[in-house]
Design a protein around this ligand. Structure first.
Ligand code: PHE
Length: 376
């Protein structure tokens, strides 16, 4: 077994004994350095030779230089200095061999093969509901309407009270409306809920902007409906509001008739049937002639499902803004004696269902790429 090199004491300080001692030390340095293969080895090697406390360099300094008699000091100093240089150079060259090699192999393994094709990210498309929303918004933009938005978490005041809902109106019931929990201590009008329609933004906008006003309000709304093919607890509406002096029901009809033709084609007809909403008077529901069957109620020999063979599809609720609603924003220029207006609200998802022939509203919200890809 090879013995571990130790620095000997010099018996005399003659050139001959220096030669021998130097030869032994350098051959130990040589054989130890060539046996180093990793970082850990190298650190042990470095410390054995270079450590200030008891390393080989320190030892030759103590044993070969400090211990030398006066007359041999000069010679010893030169020899020891030369050895220190060789030891330091050897330690450094081993470090380069070890760590330099590591860097090179890491560069090889981490390198990018620029000749490989890249990872393709398919370009997305608008979700059918968003696309329908954008189409509807642009129809009204072209008529000079601006876009307004409001919060999805709304107070009873904006969602119901200022829209002329009487205090015990059934829409306020938890059967229909999703309320935020833990608000029993608040006065009723401040209680928070998920807005059940986009109509509260009518009030919010009229508080902010003076008449004349022409706005559309797209957004998410929420109702306590269990999900099925035609219902979702979250869905989308687009609201419209026009206020000015002398706005009439004729303006409402002309505007909405134009919008439906722009949306579904110039052949569609519209029809208004009496209805009721607390915030419009008179109120109507608008029907469009079925753009699936063309109004005939049949597709070939088959009954037309979207219009239930009636040839008409109910598309939105509308009416003239109730003077009681203007009373809530009278302070901002909406004196019901001076201004009038119309409003409407439409389900965006329902329009998208009809437009794209989708048979289940849930498909819009499940994020299944196989469904969504069909709209690419
Ligand atoms: N907010 C009503 C709804 O959600 C729709 C509507 C809007 C009716 C504006 C009239 C005027 O059913």
């Amino acid at each position: 077994m090879a013995t571990v090199y130790t620095v000997p004491k010099l018996t005399d300080y003659s050139p001959a004994s220096f030669e021998t001692a130097t030869r032994d030390l350098l051959s130990a340095l040589e054989s130890e350095s060539s046996a180093i293969h990793g970082d850990t080895d190298w650190k042990i090697f470095r410390d054995r030779w270079m450590a200030r406390k008891d390393g080989m360099v320190t030892q030759i300094n103590d044993l070969w230089l400090k211990a030398a008699p006066k007359e041999a000091k000069r010679e010893a100093g030169q020899r020891v200095n030369e050895l220190k240089g060789k030891i330091a150079a050897s330690v450094e060259s081993v470090r380069q061999r070890i760590q330099g090699g590591r860097t090179a192999s890491r560069l090889t393994s981490d390198s990018v093969d620029i000749t490989l094709p890249g990872v393709r990210r398919p370009v997305g498309v608008e979700h059918p509901v968003i696309r329908t929303r954008n189409e509807l918004v642009s129809v009204f933009r072209n008529l000079g309407y601006s876009v307004s938005e409001g919060p999805e978490i709304e107070s009873d005041y904006y969602n119901f009270e200022a829209l002329n809902f009487p205090p015990n109106h059934p829409a306020r019931d938890t059967q229909d409306t999703l309320f935020i929990a833990g608000q029993d201590k608040k006065p009723p009008r401040e209680r928070l809920l998920l807005r059940t329609h986009t109509s509260p933004v009518q009030i919010r906008t009229m508080e902010r902007l003076k008449p004349p006003l022409r706005i559309v309000i797209p957004g998410k709304v929420y109702r306590n409906d269990p999900p099925d093919a035609s219902h979702s607890p979250m869905f989308h509406q687009i609201e419209g509001l026009a206020v000015d002096t002398n706005i009439t029901f004729g303006d409402l009809k002309g505007t909405l008739d134009h919008a439906m033709k722009a949306m579904f084609g110039s052949n569609v007809k519209t029809q208004f049937r009496p209805s009721f909403f607390p915030f419009t008077e008179p109120s109507a529901e608008m029907m469009v002639s079925c753009f699936i069957c063309g109004g005939g109620g049949k597709r070939g020999a088959e009954p037309c499902r979207p219009c239930k063979t009636t040839g008409w599809i109910e598309i939105l609720g509308c009416g003239m803004v109730d003077p009681n609603v203007f009373e809530f924003v009278k302070h901002n220029g909406y004196d019901p004696k001076k201004v009038s207006g119309f409003a409407f609200g439409m389900g965006i998802d329902r329009v998208a269902i009809l437009k794209y022939g989708v048979d289940d509203i849930q498909l819009f919200f499940q994020g299944d790429v196989r469904f969504l890809q069909q709209f690419a």
